[in-house]
Design a binder for this molecule. Structure first.
Ligand code: PGA
Length: 239
């Protein structure tokens, strides 16, 4: 795993955007795996800025997101579909962008369709990942076994608690989600894991201990041949 420790969140976002831009230059029709959460917001803002300045172009590129709450409509302000539209898709020109359908009637069929679409696109060239406080990747929560396929999962108490900050009081927070499994993530040619903020220092330390802790889903990434971890100093402070 290659580790880049940047001075602060802004610098980490720029370093991550450089990795996106380099791949777009090398392969304009790349397939990007994208993530939601607070971590990639700076990266997405930087990509929008570079797109508006005419420095990068996504017109031949496609994207697949890691996960989506279930059930939730695409127009719900807390849906990841809404988040992606607000922060990236309405501002840059991907030729197509897909998320797992949080409004699908048959979640199992939707999961199978999602994996088939990723496969048909030739797999993911660059998968962007954040990490949960509990080490989750996408919504693959710590468990005794991990699904290879996109699947419907129950969110853990710690994830519900961590994400409750986005829901207004009285809003119903879904307790399930559709998440890409480790199959599609592992088939990605390159992985870019962003870890930023002091609250991620403890989980970052576990990741870099040099053991595949099976109760930390992110540790499975230690087995992937091409992972770059972009961090800020706050997240790296215990390394
Ligand atoms: P965050 O979420 O970027 O909001 O910290 C990351 C995650 O839970 O995977």
């Amino acid at each position: 795993m290659k580790k880049l420790v940047l001075e602060n969140y802004g610098a980490a976002s720029i370093a991550a955007a450089d990795i996106f831009a380099e791949l777009l230059r090398e392969k304009p029709d790349s397939v990007f795996g994208l993530a939601t959460g607070s971590t990639p917001l700076g990266l997405y803002a930087e990509l929008v800025k570079r797109y508006q300045a005419g420095e990068i172009d996504f017109s031949k590129a496609r994207s697949f997101n890691l996960d989506e709450y279930y059930p939730i409509s695409k127009d719900h302000p807390q849906s990841y579909a809404y988040f992606m539209r607000e922060n990236l898709f309405s501002k840059v020109n991907f030729s197509s962008s897909r998320l797992p359908g949080g409004d699908a009637d048959d979640p199992a069929a939707e999961c199978a369709r999602y994996d088939a679409e990723i496969e048909a696109a030739g797999g993911i060239d660059l998968q962007l990942l954040g990490i949960g406080l509990n080490g989750h990747i996408g919504f693959n929560e710590p468990a005794l076994s991990y699904s290879m396929s996109t699947n419907l999962v129950n969110l853990t108490e710690s994830t519900l608690e961590a994400n409750s900050r986005f829901f207004a009081q009285g809003d119903i927070q879904p307790s399930k989600a559709l998440t890409m499994g480790f199959g599609a993530i592992f088939k990605a040619k390159k992985i870019l894991l962003m870890i930023t903020g002091a609250n991620k220092a403890t989980i970052a330390k576990r990741l870099f201990e040099g053991f595949v802790h099976t109760d930390v889903p992110a540790c499975l990434l230690l087995l992937h041949p091409d992972v770059t971890v972009v961090m800020d100093k706050d997240a790296a402070r215990l390394l």
